[in-house]
Design a protein around this ligand. Structure first.
Ligand code: FEO
Length: 403
């Protein structure tokens, strides 16, 4: 293991020494279909600084990559930008192994690390917002990015080579040997960046807006963005592009796209969904359908991030909604997508609670209800199919009125 893995040089003094996780598919409910990386970086000057670590199980891989550049014992400093365990999991073992002079973290990071690992708080050096330190001729400035996405989150800026170590921000779950985004398929990286934002950052739009404004006000020259997951960015158009996308996603402006999620028991709610789809399309909306018996919640939120409409349907089962719909609604409610117009529908046999339950959930989510819950007993006839189509058309009209 010791010399299995090599570091990758990303600038004259910065090396990527992270780990590639080709196997992970479940990141607390988020389907990571293309795996992930846990990025750690070594900055080598008169002193050696390690920025972030990796998930505990990948410690040997990180140490192997470090050892390809420098004896790990020569690490003088560690900077912990974010306390979540995919980046701090092997921090205690790393501290024990290399005995660094200092471990820098935000004040909230110090608290979080102590609470995670029951470390001695005095073994960590908290830094202040905007503080600049000189680590063996390498000048770093620390900028707090609270709630982007944890209270402890901060980013570190290396002045000499204009590298922004952005922790989770601007990252994506994508396993690859290529270390730069310009070496990868653009369609894949665009989708994975959006999926990452949608599944991690959607509820934090107002914090992200403030943080982007704060970082912009610092007027930093940024040549490389080095996130803690996925590829790095080194071209101006890629860096500008992701900042532009984050600015848009933080606001979630209304669009002409509508997401329809549904599940059926004997096909009637599915028939309604197809008629609603036609009505939405007639009204000018771009429709994305998610049959939840075979769709993943994390793909739904990815499409909702750039949507202006959200329609949900379920058959009524045992006076409630189908389990597949309960799953996705629980996930979406927590992620708080904004600026949506929508409605609920479904067929039933006896009591027909599902559309009312779903309508109430949409209201709790802040979705503007464009049409009263649409219910059909048993199997929709031609008249009810027309009503379903009209239901979709009415929602599309309300959506279009917002553009
Ligand atoms: Fe990749 Fe918030 O940890």
């Amino acid at each position: 293991m010791a010399d299995s893995f090599k570091a990758i040089k990303v600038t004259p003094s910065v090396y990527w020494v992270g780990a590639i996780d080709w196997d992970i598919r479940n990141f607390h409910g988020y389907l990571t279909s293309r795996g992930s990386t846990y990025n750690a970086f070594l900055v080598v000057g008169e002193k050696v600084t390690l920025i972030d670590t990796v998930k505990a199980a990948f410690k040997d891989e990180m140490f192997s990559r470090i050892a390809s550049v420098v004896d790990p014992q020569k690490i003088d400093y560690i900077i912990s930008n974010h306390a979540e365990m995919d980046h701090s999991g092997c921090l205690p073992d790393t501290i024990a192994a290399v005995n660094p002079e200092k471990v820098f973290t935000s004040r909230m990071g110090q608290k979080a690390l102590v609470e995670h690992f029951h470390m001695d708080a005095s073994s960590l050096t908290p830094v202040d917002e905007g503080e600049t330190v000189d680590l063996g001729g390498k000048k770093f400035t620390f900028v707090e990015t609270k709630m982007c996405h944890w209270p402890d989150s901060m980013v570190s800026y290396l002045h000499d080579e204009a590298v922004l170590f952005s922790q989770d921000a601007f990252g994506m779950h994508l396993a690859s040997h290529e270390r730069f985004i310009d070496e990868l398929d653009r369609g894949v990286t665009d989708y994975e960046a959006m999926k990452y934002y949608a599944n991690i950052l959607t509820p934090l739009g107002s914090f992200i807006e403030k943080t982007l404004t704060k970082v912009a006000s610092l007027d930093l020259k940024i040549d490389v963005v080095a996130p803690d997951h996925g590829p790095l960015l080194r071209r101006g158009e890629d860096i500008g592009g992701v900042i532009e996308k984050y600015t848009k996603w933080a606001k979630q402006p209304p669009t002409d796209k509508v997401v329809v999620v549904y599940d059926s028991m004997w096909g009637s709610s599915q028939k309604m969904a197809r008629a609603i789809e036609e009505g939405l399309s007639d009204g000018g909306a771009k429709v994305k359908m998610f049959p939840m018996h075979d769709s993943h919640r994390s793909d739904v939120i990815t499409d909702l991030l750039e949507a202006g409409g959200f329609v949900v349907g379920s058959a009524t089962m045992n006076n409630g909604i189908l389990p597949s719909i309960a799953d996705v609604m629980c996930y979406l409610k927590g992620l708080k997508p904004r600026n949506l117009v929508g409605g609920a529908f479904g067929s039933y046999g006896w009591s027909g609670e599902a559309p009312k339950i779903l309508n109430a959930t949409l209201e709790e989510m802040g979705v503007e209800i464009a049409a009263a819950p649409l219910r059909v007993m048993y199997v929709p006839d031609d008249k009810q199919i027309s009503k379903s189509r009209e239901f979709g058309l009415n929602i599309a009209k309300k959506m279009m009125a917002k553009l």
